[in-house]
Design a protein around this ligand. Structure first.
Ligand SMILES: *Cc1c(COP(=O)(O)O)cnc(C)c1O
Length: 799
């Protein structure tokens, strides 16, 4: 995009004038931000229109990424960067005496997701557009995003995230593209004139689904795709049917809140309605535009790929079937063939508590016709398999059993591709969790290791490092992340190593400043910044991190002059509001922090900082400042992880179990440039088989761990009578489900190794350089290109 400074300043002044009848010099930051957003949006509106037109005219195949969560964070800088306007706008604003960074802070994070799953969807949106691929997102426009987290006396308190209060400059409401979504009521089948069985509906509820479109701007390639988010409204002609205010509110409330749960399945009715709502609206809108292009329904799979991101959009399968057979009059067989060819599915977890299953009665109540179709899919699956495999296999793989609908089974049976998100995860799916399906459909299974958008996580988040890379290895890495590898030529260049270290220090100073301002805690940028940022979950084992911190603390208490390298332990994590155990861990970390941070005896050698309200913007601040990346989940439990990739890209050294994508990180950097510890996935499964893990034995025989665990129940850590006891019990009485105690000593040794490496400045700098140099491997640009070629069969749009 070519705009001169003069042109920009004129447009900007004019926009402030039109929008707020104000002068730039008089306007508030809020007004300036809104005006700037509007100018930028107008600048890409042509490309947006042209992208739509090009895909329509060329009739090229398009992908639609259905996800119940998207987590883009702030978009101003990302749009400026991708449009190639970041420097021009920054400089022009400076000439107007305006600081771009200050305006950026006005923007509320778009937090329509819980964590990794939603963030992945957003990295994919960036990478799809930046790779000139025709791919769009489809999701829900929640009025309230993920709750805002505050700590009160060390406890998590949740406040509503009113992200839309000042409006959203990026979205465009497309009332003319609204569709109706029907649900509830009763249905029966009746023959029509042509002798076909057609559903007859009674007492259905009707919702108007209104799309809000947001441009997904590609990186300097004039491509703008669409993220379409649906909002529920009451249709005009139905308004009289909803008499009471309460009733009306119930309908609008449908898309009001994001369920704040991560890695845990909540079977609430409203959530099921949400799932059907955005699936039905999205598929209706795809079919409408397919028909408008004059294409035949029978050819749908040649023009459309629909991706089911985790099982939440799995109703895509029966909904497409419904539209094809009930509305388009296709035969079941033809419709099924099209559906399977169109759909693909990504599995994100192997944890039983996260696998979605809906009671039959709920589906009958919310989507009676869809349930009939699921029953028929299930019936045909059983019939087809009966001649091929044992009855037990069928019982394990069918969609409906024990009065529950298994959404993963529906997604696998109804699609042509099922992928895991890291090599180990995909192998576990094939070998154990979905083994029966793998035997039935081996050709459907594949791996697509997750990735991250290097634009947001390096170019934007770490401008000092990005600028230095430009000077050292040229700028090609900005388009081709693998070119970061050129940095390897400098791994023995002490000037480059030192400059990289200086850059890291700059980022640490900035984070230390933020820590001081937000928490009042003073931390030294010369200490090791040891970072664990991710949702709070037992399997991620923030508790293991805390046990190690307590060990260091007791070592220092025993000998205040103990030679322990100063460390700042930085946490960022939200707990699901209903996840009591996770909230107890937060409370314990906060109380331990209070104790340790204020203990003068240890001379400030240890600091614990738990930053409130972890979100994308906070991640962008923490990650460039991290020395150590904590990736310490129990092996086999973290499907991939992506913060491991973001931290590596920014030169942090990983301490990790052999879990998820950590394994692939080790493979690319080599054993000597990562610190691995803990049980392997095989050892974990071996314990499951033999059932001979006894945490209490470890406690009884290990005086070091005894001292640490007792601190949770003997008052050493103050104010955790209830929480400390619960944590203690989870480890000892309930046998430590995630093998925290089993991995403890191995973890401590790994931490000692980290400290040794850090003391060897040259060595550490070199490891850090190698991590950045090899991180191009995990660019989501490559991930989405593999999806495009191997699953969606879509091609870049020619400019
Ligand atoms: C990357 C990211 C995550 C995922 O972190 P993991 O450690 O992979 O679980 C979660 N939340 C935010 C805000 C992120 O940016």
């Amino acid at each position: 995009m070519r705009i001169t400074k003069e042109q920009f300043k004129t447009d900007f002044r004019q926009r402030v004038q039109e929008k707020f009848t104000n002068e730039v010099e008089e306007a508030s930051n809020g007004e300036l931000f809104a005006s700037l957003g509007a100018v930028i949006q107008a600048y890409y509106s042509d490309e947006w229109k042209e992208t739509r037109k090009a895909t329509r005219d060329d009739k090229c195949k398009q992908a639609y990424y259905f996800s119940i969560e998207f987590l883009p964070g702030r978009m101003l800088k990302s749009n400026l960067l991708n449009m190639g306007l970041l420097d021009i706008v920054r400089d022009s604003l400076k000439e107007l005496d305006i600081d771009l960074e200050e305006l950026c802070k006005i923007e509320k994070d778009m937090a329509l997701g819980n964590g990794g799953l939603g963030r992945l969807a957003s990295c994919f949106m960036d990478s799809i557009a930046s790779s000139s691929l025709p791919g769009n997102g489809n999701g829900i426009r929640y009025d309230y995003g993920l709750f805002k987290q505050k700590f009160v006396d060390g406890n998590q308190v949740e406040l509503p995230d009113e992200w839309l209060r000042e409006g959203n400059v990026w979205e465009v409401r497309k009332a003319s593209k609204a569709v109706n979504v029907n649900y509830g009521g009763h249905v029966y089948l009746k023959e029509d004139e042509a002798g076909r069985l057609k559903p007859v509906y009674e007492n259905q509820q009707v919702l108007r689904a209104v799309p809000y479109d947001t441009g997904m701007v590609g990186f300097q390639n004039d491509m703008v795709n669409t993220l379409r988010l649906w909002s529920a409204e009451i249709p005009d002609f139905e308004e009289s049917n909803y008499r009471s205010i309460e009733e009306r509110r119930d309908f609008r409330d449908l898309t009001s809140v994001l369920y704040p749960d991560d890695s845990n399945y909540e079977g609430r009715l409203m959530r099921l309605v949400q799932e059907y709502f955005f699936v039905s609206a999205g598929i209706q809108s795809i079919i409408r535009s397919h028909k408008k292009s004059g294409l035949a329904m029978k050819d749908l799979a040649e023009y459309i790929a629909i991706h089911i991101n985790d099982t939440h959009p799995a109703l895509c399968v029966p909904e497409l079937m419904r539209l094809l057979i009930d509305e388009e009059n296709l035969s079941w067989e033809k419709a099924w063939d099209i559906t399977v060819k169109t759909m693909s599915y990504t599995n994100h977890t192997i944890m039983a508590e996260a696998l979605e299953k809906w009671p039959v009665f709920m589906l009958q109540e919310v989507v009676p016709r869809i349930f009939q179709i699921i029953e028929e899919i299930d019936r045909r699956f059983v019939a087809e398999m009966t001649s091929l495999v044992d009855q037990e296999v069928i019982e394990r793989t069918r969609i409906i059993k024990d009065n529950q609908v298994h959404m993963a089974h529906l997604a696998i049976i109804g699609s042509h591709s099922t992928n895991g998100v890291a090599k180990l995860h995909s192998d576990l799916l094939k070998g154990i969790v979905l083994h029966d399906f793998y035997v039935l459909y081996p050709e459907r299974f594949n791996n697509k290791t997750n990735g991250i958008a290097q634009r947001r996580w390096l170019q934007l988040a770490n401008e000092p490092l990005a600028g230095f890379l430009d000077q050292t290895i040229g700028t090609s890495w900005r388009k081709e992340a693998n070119d970061l590898h050129l940095l390897m030529n400098y791994k023995n260049d002490s000037t480059v190593l030192q400059t990289l270290a200086d850059t890291k220090r700059l980022n640490k100073v900035r984070l230390a400043q933020y820590i001081l301002e937000t928490t009042g805690i003073e931390v030294s940028p010369d200490a090791i910044f040891d970072v664990q940022i991710k949702r709070l979950h037992a399997y991620k084992r923030q508790l293991l991190n805390l046990l190690h911190i307590l060990k260091l603390y007791f070592d220092l208490k025993a000998d205040p002059n103990a030679d322990i390298y100063p460390r700042v332990f930085i946490f960022g994590a939200k707990a699901a509001p209903s996840y009591t155990y996770a909230k107890y861990v937060i409370k314990c970390i906060n109380e331990a922090a209070d104790l340790i941070n204020h203990d003068e005896e240890i001379q400030g050698k240890l600091k614990i900082v738990f930053l409130e309200n972890y979100n994308v913007s906070l991640a962008e601040m923490i990650i460039p400042a991290a020395d150590v990346s904590e990736q310490i989940s129990l092996a086999s439990k973290e499907a991939s992880g992506t913060s491991n990739m973001k931290l590596m890209l920014n030169g942090a050294v990983t301490i990790a179990t052999l879990d998820g994508a950590n394994i692939e990180i080790r493979d690319v950097v080599g054993d000597e440039n990562i610190v691995i510890f803990g049980l392997t996935e095989e050892e974990v499964y071996h314990y499951y088989e033999t059932q001979n893990y006894q945490a209490i034995k470890i406690y009884e025989t290990d005086s070091e761990l005894q001292r640490i665990l007792n601190a949770f129940i003997d008052g050493t850590i103050p104010n955790i009578q209830v929480e400390g006891q619960e944590i203690f019990d989870s480890l000892i009485r309930y046998n430590d489900e995630y093998f925290t105690l089993r991995d403890y000593h191995s973890y401590v040794e790994a931490q000692e190794k980290i400290e040794r490496l850090y003391r060897d400045k040259k060595r550490w700098q070199q490891i850090s350089l190698i991590n950045t140099a090899e991180a191009g491997h995990f660019s989501s640009d490559y991930t989405v290109r593999r999806y495009a070629e191997e699953i969606w069969q879509i091609e870049p749009v020619k400019g």
